[in-house]
Design a protein around this ligand. Structure first.
Ligand code: PLP
Length: 411
């Protein structure tokens, strides 16, 4: 396969113009947008305006004049169409971890006769930690976390399960769950579902209203490009709004926070999921980042994501020198999200050598090399070049240089 094919695919790419909306060094190939999205130019402008003018000049009046108080709902409404969610069901706040604690707690209390939280062993560890913490807090007689292997999930959705908590796209392998099918099976047994959409939002075409999802959480800093530590979001289907009782009853979730009454009275709708004061700097930047999705058709994003992944895999497969890389993602693009994972005994050192060569990828313990494809700014030519460099690093064993073996705090 030659570079000509990549060039032709890029010429036919209807999303190619989107890359210019990002600040990206032309020499850099960024295949880690699934960990931290690139910086949209609109965010630079907004960050400056929020700091210099809104905070620096207009100070506290900005809560009203610049609508800071409405930001969580406003950003939620911008995220909603990417989820296939009608208005009034998505709110931007906190991190996924905190949001998961809130909705998991709601879901458990909505099924008081049941005590099982069902999830899978290789779910994102942070999600499991939250479920472990909550079940310890509620006590074994009220709540127990049941973990099963991926193929056993459906068979374990029984009438004892209160809530099924799963991540749509597995963070390591990229394997996709069928949300509609699992949600339907759970509902047949009277259980609720919570979907973690961290690696799905902004890159897969989702229909969570149509699929009858109960609750979902997702991330602002991955494909939504909201910046490091940008706030996450919660989706709660309208039909549950009156049954919700979320535990972090902070004043921003009060029906009238500025009445300063002594008694907590939850706001109606998704607003009740708010707890403390929103991080306005970060949330404003995420709000600006959402501009890059205006007018974008997620089917086109998904098509390009598949095209990038298939090209990458075809290039790897045709190179004899890359036969030591073992695919740990599903081989069919319909079964995976926007990433490819390979295992290799020197995965960490290879990732460092790639980064050194200007190709940013990541490593997941113990032996996974992960390549993420953010279709709004990654090109087919990027993919072509990345595999060429990867082949050189592996065939010449460049990764054995001891400088690539040093692990820092964040890998
Ligand atoms: C990135 C990610 C998170 C992040 O959680 P935070 O609490 O927002 O840091 C959670 N779940 C999954 C599946 C993720 O990939």
């Amino acid at each position: 396969m030659t570079s000509q094919l990549a060039v032709e695919l890029d010429q036919a790419d209807v999303l190619a113009h989107k890359r210019q909306e990002f600040k990206l060094d032309p020499g850099l190939i960024y295949l880690d947008g699934n960990s931290l999205g690139a910086l949209p130019l609109a965010c630079i402008e907004r960050a400056r305006d929020v700091v210099e003018n809104q905070w620096g000049r207009d100070l506290i009046s900005s809560w009203n004049t610049h609508h800071w108080i409405e930001l969580p709902a406003q950003v939620g409404e911008k995220i909603a169409p990417l989820l296939g969610a009608a208005t009034g069901q998505v709110i931007c706040c906190d991190s996924i971890s905190v949001n998961l604690f809130k909705i998991l707690s709601c879901a458990i209390s909505m099924r008081p006769a049941r005590r099982l939280i069902l999830s899978q062993h290789d779910n994102f560890p942070a999600d499991l930690y939250i479920a472990q913490g909550l079940s310890e807090m509620l006590g074994a007689e009220n709540c127990e976390l049941q973990l099963v292997n991926d193929p056993e999930i459906e068979g374990n959705i029984t009438e004892e399960v209160a809530v099924v908590v799963l991540t749509h796209v597995n963070y390591k392998s990229g394997k996709l769950h069928n949300i509609e099918r699992i949600t339907h099976l759970a509902h047949e047994k009277g259980a609720l579902v919570i979907w973690d959409l961290a690696h799905s939002t902004g890159v897969l075409s989702l229909e969570i209203d149509k699929w009858n999802v109960d609750f979902a959480v997702g991330c602002g800093y991955k494909y939504l490009n909201g910046g490091p530590g940008s706030p996450a979001f919660i989706y709660a289907a309208t039909r549950h709004h009156n049954a919700i009782k979320q535990p972090l009853t902070g004043w921003m979730g009060h029906s009238q926070p500025f009445a300063f009454s002594k008694q907590y009275q939850p706001a109606s709708g998704v607003q009740q999921f708010l707890s403390g004061t929103p991080g306005i700097l970060s949330m404003s930047v995420l709000d600006a980042a959402m501009e890059v999705y205006a007018g974008v058709d997620l089917h086109q994003v998904r098509d390009k994501s598949i095209s990038l992944g298939e090209l990458f895999l075809a290039l790897v497969n045709e190179k004899q020198e890359l036969s030591s890389l073992i695919l740990s993602s599903p081989a069919q693009s319909a079964d995976r999200g926007s990433q490819l994972a390979f295992s290799h005994p020197h995965a960490f050192d290879i990732s460092q050598a790639l980064i050194d060569a200007g190709i940013v990828v990541d490593f997941r313990s113990p032996d996974i090399l992960r390549f993420g494809f953010a279709p709004l700014y990654v090109s087919h030519f990027d993919v072509y070049k990345a595999v060429q460099v990867l082949a050189e690093i592996v065939s010449k064993k460049i990764y054995l240089n001891h400088k690539y073996g040093m692990r820092q705090k964040v890998t």
